[in-house]
Design a protein around this ligand. Structure first.
Ligand SMILES: Nc1ncnc2c1ncn2[C@@H]1O[C@H](COP(=O)(O)OP(=O)(O)O)[C@@H](O)[C@H]1O
Ligand SMILES: [Mg+2]
Length: 243
């Protein structure tokens, strides 16, 4: 992202923001509530064009008028939304099958096989395929949403607050799952989180969103030591167990 300005009506959210992620990197975006983290993910996804500046993915400007190229870029992205955002009227199986069916190129037997694989990947039992979203625990909802995000075998995975709302044990096991998948699938990951255990568990780069831009970026301990009131505020609000 280069020189990105974002605004809702007259309110400026990002002001000339630059943000770069290389293939294979795991980068966590942290920042206060309302600092524009979700907005930034939506811009990477192409759901929200920035007011000014550019977003490039896989070497292509997202503003390309080439519809086929646009579709190809989207297929290389997977997104886990903040609330899971499953289709409430569809069982687990159909939620995960959704992006596969949308391709319009696979027969149902092949789709069933792929869904089975994705479910195993996120450690869901085959027996869970028929459950409705309302029958799922918070942790299972996240796993189903992750399986759906991975359905098209993306290169870049975006995760918005992946562990929010999970108890510490489930949160830890979800972080381990993400870490394992990141390594085995060689994923590039951009996530939003304010959970210290998630940051440590993923062993990621940390980028701090404050003052409408990426204020600093680096290893967690280096970022924490960066002298700025926004950093002090952010990290004191969420101290680590040992601090
Ligand atoms: N669709 C929208 N219309 C107007 N304001 C919005 C919209 N979406 C988000 N905002 C505002 O923009 C700011 C940044 O939102 P968001 O990117 O969701 O922040 P974060 O994810 O960091 O908490 C917030 O003040 C929010 O209220
Ligand atoms: Mg958000």
């Amino acid at each position: 992202m280069r020189g990105v300005w974002s605004r809702y009506q007259d309110i400026v959210i990002h002001r000339g923001l630059d943000f770069q992620v290389l293939a294979g990197e795991v980068v966590a975006l942290v920042g206060g509530s309302g600092s524009g983290k979700t907005t930034l993910l939506r811009e990477i996804l192409g759901l929200l064009p920035p007011h000014r500046g550019s977003v490039r993915l896989f070497g292509h400007d997202l503003r390309t008028p080439d519809a086929l190229l646009q579709r190809d870029i989207r297929r290389r992205l997977g997104m886990l939304f903040q609330q899971g955002a499953l289709f409430s009227a569809l069982p687990v199986f159909d939620n995960i099958a959704f992006p596969l069916r949308e391709l319009g190129a696979l027969d149902e037997a092949w789709i069933a096989e792929l869904v089975r694989l994705k479910m195993a990947m996120v450690e869901l039992e085959p027996a869970h395929a028929g459950l409705m979203p309302t029958e799922l625990s918070g942790g299972m909802t996240k796993r189903v949403a992750l399986a759906r995000a991975l359905a098209l075998e993306p290169e870049l995975l975006l995760l918005d607050e992946p562990t929010a709302g999970l108890d510490p044990a489930r949160s830890q096991s979800f972080v381990r799952l993400i870490r394992g998948l990141q390594q085995s699938l060689n994923l590039t990951v951009v996530l939003v989180t304010h959970d210290m255990d998630t940051l440590r568990g993923l062993d990621c780069e940390v980028a701090v969103l404050a003052e409408q831009r990426i204020l600093t970026r680096g290893a967690l301990d280096a970022v924490r030591a960066f002298p700025h009131p926004a950093i002090a505020r952010f990290f004191n609000l969420f101290p680590t167990a040992g601090a």
